[in-house]
Design a protein around this ligand. Structure first.
Ligand code: FES
Ligand code: FE
Length: 406
């Protein structure tokens, strides 16, 4: 067993830092240790922009969504002025969580404990039986604001009061995914799962096609993805193919291709790891996301959202036409959840040892190294292991593009 105080010693990770075909996977404690998980929360989830949902899911004043992040529950609301804001989802009296799920609170947010009431802009509007409290001043007890920004309709929040802007974190994602016109899409459905595995197992699984011939042999079938060069805090693989992969093989997609789709995007599907823990899957006619927020090292809230162009959603026959998409998405999700739980169960073995990578797992290796760049990056700690040229600086690129077939 590695003592907790040495878990972040870079020398423990020499084999992860080697070039792909010489490297090994992360040690098991990266997936199972409470102490390692606490390091991830501190150095990743409390410092980065975390995806929460779509602007189009909150069209009206008072619309809200509550999202449980590793840094705590967050409440996102649209105000009477049309602005969308994020707040810590905790009452300023004795801290009760205010809201769950999604809905509308046009008349304000009422705490379920002692009925303190907040306006849609977070200001404390009412606090019964507080008049005798010395110096009580309602203006000091508004909801705690959390930074919120958005790109192409996707909202992100950040617990850090300052730090890099969202677009800096996203790097060249807006350029590469721009042709899909994601800002013109609408989220039409979500699925939620609580999966008994570490969040990284789900993220890694989402970024390699090596498993598809086995895990999805009876549904999606085998896929061969290419690696994509990226800049910023994201990685991607690309699955070439003119036909949408949003429906099962053998079925014809009922919706047309996205208007004006061009460049690389016109020829297939991007699967991203949008750090810290989201995937955007952009197909030629639709997109879906996988959002994976840990509740601890061994449990992950896995949220799926499905989006279509507004023009498709306006089709009077939309519900019937969309059904094959939901069927495909659910089939893939259930299979990936199950295999990720099996992987976590295996990692619980005290006899578990790191394994080697296939050439088809370049992005998984990149995720592991990105993670180490973040969690080992602390004052006084060396950031990289001398003598291992595979260890590149932060925000490094995934590497040269290459086909998995080669
Ligand atoms: Fe919210 Fe008391 S905890 S009103
Ligand atoms: Fe899969």
């Amino acid at each position: 067993m590695i003592p907790h105080e040495t878990l972040f010693d870079p020398t423990l990770y020499r084999n992860v830092r080697k070039p792909l075909l010489e490297a090994e996977t992360l040690p098991r404690w990266c997936y199972t240790s409470e102490a390692f998980h606490a390091g991830e929360v501190e150095h990743i989830f409390l410092k980065m922009w975390c995806f929460v949902g779509r602007l189009d899911e909150l069209p009206n004043p008072g619309d809200y969504m509550a999202v449980d992040l590793p840094g705590g529950p967050v409440l996102i609301m649209r105000g009477r002025d049309g602005a969308v804001r994020a707040f810590a989802n905790t009452c300023r009296h004795r801290g009760a969580k205010l809201l769950d799920g999604r809905g509308n609170c046009r008349s304000g947010v009422v705490c379920p404990y002692h009925s303190w009431t907040y306006g849609l802009d977070g200001r404390l509007a009412g606090a019964p039986d507080m008049a005798k409290t010395h110096g009580f001043d309602k203006t000091r007890y508004g909801l705690e604001p959390i930074r919120l920004d958005h790109w192409a309709g996707f909202m992100f929040v950040n617990f850090a009061k300052d730090g890099p802007a969202l677009l800096e974190q996203l790097g060249d994602m807006p350029q590469q995914l721009g042709p899909y016109r994601l800002e013109d899409m609408v989220c039409v459905k979500r699925f939620d799962f609580e999966v008994k595995c570490n969040w990284k197992f789900l993220l890694e699984n989402a970024l390699e096609s090596y498993h598809t011939a086995t895990v999805h042999r009876d549904t999606l079938g085998e896929q061969w993805a290419e690696d994509v060069e990226t800049t910023g805090d994201w990685r991607a693989i690309f699955l070439p193919g003119e036909k949408s992969v949003s429906v099962l093989p053998g079925e014809m997609p009922p919706f047309p291709r996205i208007d004006g789709l061009n460049g690389r995007a016109a020829g297939g599907t991007y699967f991203t790891a949008t750090f810290p823990s989201t995937q955007f899957a952009c197909a030629v006619d639709s997109m879906w996301w996988l959002r994976m927020y840990p509740k601890g090292p061994g449990v992950t809230l896995h949220n799926f959202g499905f989006c279509f162009p507004k023009s498709a959603v306006a089709d009077p026959d939309f519900e019937r036409k969309a059904e094959p998409y939901f069927r495909r998405w659910l089939a893939g999700a259930l299979e990936d959840n199950l295999i990720s739980e099996a992987q976590h169960a295996g990692a619980m073995s005290v006899a578990h040892r790191p394994g080697p990578f296939s050439h088809r797992e370049r992005a998984v290796h990149a995720i592991a190294n990105w993670l180490l760049d973040r969690v080992l990056d602390r004052p006084g700690a060396p950031q990289r292991v001398v003598g291992h040229p595979a260890v590149a600086p932060r925000r490094r690129q995934l590497g040269t593009r290459r086909s998995s077939r080669s």
